[in-house]
Design a protein around this ligand. Structure first.
Ligand code: SF4
Length: 459
C-alpha cells in the first residue's frame, strides 16, 4: 500500500486504522486542515475521494490534538468499513486502553458511551467497559506517590512458540543467574527510598518458578524490607508460571515470605495445543499445581489464550470451563497477539483467525454466568481479530496491580532486565518512563548506572 499524508502527526494513527482491516487499499492519500473550529479531512482511497468537515469546541492544545486524531481516525475507519463491509469490535478505537479513555471522558463530565458509539464501538464492548469501571470502584485511586513494585525474572524453562518477550530457555541463560540475582539485590536495596505509598508487589516473568528454591529465596529476601513496611495492606503476587515448575518447597517459601497471590498459567487445557506451542506440561500438571497450592490459601490467577495453534471455539470453550472448575479467583483471557520475535508469526496466519470473536463471546458468557466480573482490560497491536485481553475476577478478589498498571494511575517501580519504571503525575496528566537494559549481560554490566538513573527519576 502506498500511503501519503500531509500531516505527519496523524501518519501512525491512520496506519493503525488501516491495520485493523484484512483488506487494504493500494493507494491512500490524506490531507488535513483546521479552520475556525472545523476539522477538515480529505481522503482518497484507490482514486475515490472523500471530504469531511467536523466542527467541535477546542479549549486547549491537548484537546486539539485529541480531536484532530479522533476525527481523522473515525472518518478513515468509516470509509474502510463501508468499502470492505467489515466492522471492528472496537470500531475506530486503536488505543490499548479503552477504559482509560472512558475515565477521561467521565472526568470531563461526559458520558463515555456517547463517544464510544460515535467511534463505532460495539454495544457489548461499551457494556464491558462500564462493567470494568464498576468493578474497579474502591480500588481505582488516582493519587501522586502511589507505587507498585515490579521485579522482572526473565527466565523460562523453554521458549513458547508465540512469545516475543526477551526471555530465553533457562538452559541457555542460567550462567547469568548468580550475577543477575546480585543485581536485583542491589536494585531492591536502593529502591527502598523511592517507594512512597506501596500498593502492591509483583514478581513477574518470564517464569519466576524457573528459579530453584535458593534462587527464589534470594529474590523474596531482597523484596522483604520494602514489603514488610506495608505488608498489612499490600497485595503480593508471584507470577509463578507454568505448572511443570511448581513444587511444594517453592510454594511454602512464598507463604513464608507473605505472598498473597500466585499465577498458574496453562494458557490452554488441551494437551495437543500445549505440545504445539512448545510447553512441556500437560493438563494433568495444571491440576497437580492447583492441588499443591491449595493448602496455602493463595488467591490464584489462571491465564488462558484464545486463538492458539489450530484450536476450535469448542476446544477453547473447554479450557474456559476447566479454568472455572479449578475455582481460581482470577481468570485472564488473552487473545493471541504476535509481535516480531515470535516463532509462530513466521509459521502461521493466526492473525486472521475467524473463530476468535466466537471464543471471546463464549468466555464472556461463561465467566459472566459463573459469577466472574471483568475488572481490567487492554488491547494490543496485531491482536487476533482486533479483540482484547480481559481479566475476570470473583467478587472482591480483583488484582490491584493489574488495575494500577492498565489504568496508569500509580508509579511503577520496576527492577531487573527489560524493566520499565513509570512515574505518573496525576495532577499534571503526565507519565514519564525510565527503562533498564533489555539483554542480561548489558543489564548486569550497567546495573549501577540503572540504579542511579532510577534514583533520580523518582526524586
Ligand atoms: S512462559 Fe511466558 S515469558 Fe516464558 S516463553 Fe512462554 S510466553 Fe514467554
Amino acid at each position: 500500500m502506498t500511503f501519503v499524508t500531509d500531516c505527519s502527526f496523524l501518519e501512525n494513527e491512520l496506519l493503525d486504522v488501516v491495520r485493523l482491516f484484512k483488506r487494504r487499499p493500494e493507494m491512500l492519500t490524506h490531507s488535513f486542515v483546521y479552520e475556525e473550529g472545523v476539522f477538515r479531512n480529505v481522503f482518497s482511497v484507490d482514486g475515490k475521494e472523500y471530504f469531511y468537515e467536523d466542527g467541535d469546541t477546542v479549549r486547549d492544545e491537548l484537546e486539539f490534538k485529541r480531536l484532530e486524531r479522533r476525527y481523522a481516525k473515525l472518518r478513515l475507519y468509516q470509509i474502510l468499513s463501508q468499502t470492505y463491509l467489515e466492522k471492528m469490535p472496537w470500531g475506530a478505537l486503536t488505543g490499548i486502553r479503552p477504559t482509560k479513555l472512558a475515565y477521561m471522558e467521565q472526568e470531563q463530565g461526559k458520558d463515555f458511551a456517547a463517544l464510544f458509539r460515535q467511534m463505532g464501538v460495539q454495544e457489548e464492548n461499551i457494556r464491558l467497559v462500564a462493567q470494568i469501571l464498576e468493578a474497579q470502584k474502591g480500588i481505582y485511586e488516582k493519587k501522586d506517590g502511589n507505587t507498585d513494585l515490579f521485579v522482572s525474572i526473565p527466565f523460562c524453562p523453554t521458549k513458547c512458540a508465540y512469545c516475543s518477550f526477551i526471555t530465553a530457555p533457562i538452559e541457555k541463560t542460567k550462567h547469568f543467574l548468580p550475577a543477575y540475582l546480585d543485581c536485583l539485590e542491589k536494585e531492591l536495596a536502593a529502591a527502598e527510598e523511592s517507594v512512597k505509598n506501596l500498593r502492591s508487589v509483583y514478581i513477574g516473568g518470564g517464569t519466576p518458578f524457573a528459579l530453584d528454591v535458593s534462587e527464589l529465596e534470594r529474590v523474596l529476601q531482597a523484596v522483604e524490607p520494602i514489603y514488610t513496611a506495608y505488608s498489612s495492606r499490600v497485595e503480593y503476587t508471584v507470577e509463578a508460571g507454568r505448572p511443570d515448575v511448581f513444587s511444594e518447597e517453592k510454594l511454602r517459601l512464598l507463604k513464608d515470605y507473605g505472598v498473597t497471590r500466585i499465577c498458574i498459567n496453562p494458557q490452554s487445557f488441551s494437551d495437543a495445543t500445549l505440545q504445539k506451542i512448545g510447553r512441556k506440561h500437560t493438563e494433568a500438571d495444571v491440576y497437580k499445581a492447583f492441588a499443591m497450592s491449595e493448602k496455602y490459601g493463595f488467591s490464584v490467577n489462571v491465564d488462558l489464550i484464545a486463538g492458539l495453534a489450530d484450536e476450535t471455539p469448542e476446544i477453547f470453550a473447554q479450557s474456559v470451563q476447566k479454568a472455572v472448575e479449578t475455582g481460581a479467583d482470577n481468570i485472564t483471557v488473552h487473545c493471541l497477539s504476535l509481535k516480531s520475535g515470535a516463532k509462530l508469526k513466521e509459521e502461521t496466519d493466526y492473525l486472521e483467525n475467524e473463530h476468535i470473536s466466537k471464543m471471546v463471546s463464549f468466555s464472556r458468557e461463561l465467566l459472566g454466568g459463573r459469577g466472574y466480573v471483568p475488572y481490567y482490560m487492554y488491547r494490543q497491536k496485531y491482536q487476533v481479530g482486533n479483540n482484547e485481553n480481559v481479566g475476570w475476577t470473583k467478587p472482591n478478589k480483583a488484582c490491584v496491580y493489574n488495575i494500577d498498571i492498565m489504568e496508569e494511575i500509580a508509579d511503577n517501580l520496576a527492577v531487573g532486565a527489560n524493566a520499565v519504571s513509570k512515574r505518573v503525575y496525576t495532577e499534571k496528566g503526565l507519565i514519564t518512563r525510565c527503562a533498564s537494559q533489555k539483554d542480561l549481560p548489558t543489564y548486569i554490566a550497567h546495573v549501577d548506572e540503572t540504579i542511579e538513573k532510577r534514583r533520580k527519576f523518582f526524586l
